[in-house]
Design a protein around this ligand. Structure first.
Ligand SMILES: Nc1ncnc2c1ncn2[C@@H]1O[C@H](COP(=O)(O)OP(=O)(O)OP(=O)(O)O)[C@@H](O)[C@H]1O
Ligand SMILES: [Mg+2]
Length: 339
């Protein structure tokens, strides 16, 4: 940790007092001055105190899994599978001192179902500042890697960015949003960092976390959910094994998934494929309530029903799933709230 400056400061003070007699004072004051300086610098070099003032890279401390569980339970609606996988994967990874590779999560699902939202929850549970932490890096392919003709430049920049940040802080988090719109060549650039190497050019990536977000496979997930619904089965009875294999094969064979024939899949570098289910009326309603609460408004049942009903639902005949998930809830709410 960068806080070993304390002893240097103490040494400097003694040096100053010894060699500049004009600064010298009687022994009692000198002792007192050294004592105060020691206490002060001792405090400053105490990691908890120092890291309370300045953001520090997370070292070995395991995650508070109860806090993560609480957040997932209370903030994320209708995603029993994502909750379960993320809780186990993240707490397991963070408490393992001997990880062999970084944690790689691939989050898939329909728009507005909570992929960015859960990434924010994960980040906030690892670093208090969440997405604003200097150890959390968010790339949006349509913003940061827009032009295919600059692929080689992007590759170099991305590799340098990841290498630099992981050398500065092993527990760095990298989130790649809109993966399905990312050039597959860019994935090749980050592949060595995701593999089972102890070190790559002297840097170990085994403590880093990589999260990929995409809509790829959203249609497959919806189909499975719909089949469940049609046969009268409960959504909550859907298990990971009903979805994970379909998802990994589906995105592997989908030219527009960002992971088309990707060696990340056939080399098993993705640890978890996390499915996000399409959200139903009742989940949208929970989002409306949460939004009202967050803004400090009373939970007016009439407004809640109006906003929830105003969202559009699919398939055309059954109308079960919100076609924008919870994404446009805040905008719809604005239309119904009297300021
Ligand atoms: N499952 C959910 N539970 C609670 N809130 C949700 C959920 N899904 C979405 N939201 C709310 O909707 C907002 C938008 O969702 P989010 O950005 O996470 O969607 P997304 O899955 O990343 O969609 P896209 O594929 O379009 O990027 C979130 O900030 C959150 O407020
Ligand atoms: Mg998103």
């Amino acid at each position: 940790m960068e806080v070993a400056a304390g002893s240097g400061f103490r040494f400097g003070l003694v040096f100053l007092l010894l060699f500049y007699p004009s600064l010298a004072v009687e022994p009692l004051s000198l002792g007192l001055a050294i004592g105060v300086a020691s206490a002060l610098t001792g405090y400053l070099s105490y990691p908890r105190f120092y890291c309370g003032m300045v953001e520090c890279c997370r070292q070995e401390e395991p995650l508070n899994s109860t806090a993560l569980q609480f957040d997932l339970q209370n903030k994320l609606f209708g995603q029993h599978l994502a909750k379960e996988v993320i809780l186990k994967a993240v707490t397991g990874f963070m408490s393992n001192q001997n990880t062999k590779k970084p944690l790689v999560l691939s989050l898939h699902g329909w728009t507005g179902t909570g992929k960015n939202f859960i990434s924010k929850i994960i980040s906030e549970n690892i670093y208090e500042k969440g997405l604003n932490s200097k150890y959390v890096h968010l790339f949006v392919s349509t913003i940061h890697f827009q032009h295919d003709k600059r692929l080689n430049l992007y590759k170099d920049q991305l590799q340098a960015w990841i290498r630099g940040n992981v050398s500065a802080c092993a527990r760095s988090i990298f989130i790649f949003d809109e993966m399905d719109k990312m050039h597959p060549g860019l994935l090749d650039a980050i592949k060595p960092f995701l593999d089972y190497y102890e070190q790559v050019d002297g840097v170990s990536y085994q403590k880093a976390v990589f999260i990929f977000l995409s809509n790829a496979g959203g249609d497959l997930i919806t189909q499975v959910a719909l089949d469940f619904w049609k046969t009268g089965k409960k959504r909550e009875d859907m298990q990971l094994k009903d979805l994970e294999p379909i998802l990994s094969v589906g995105v592997f064979n989908n030219k527009n998934s960002g992971l088309w024939h990707s060696s990340l899949i056939d080399k098993n570098l993705i640890d978890y494929f996390v499915p996000f289910l399409p959200l139903e009326y009742k989940h949208v309603k929970m989002c409306v309530i949460a939004e009202l609460q967050a803004r400090g408004y009373i939970k007016d049942p009439e407004i809640i029903t109006r906003v929830t009903e105003e969202m559009t639902y699919f398939p055309k005949t059954e109308k079960i799933y919100s076609d924008k998930g919870c994404k446009t809830v805040p905008a719809k709410l604005d239309l119904h709230i009297e300021l």
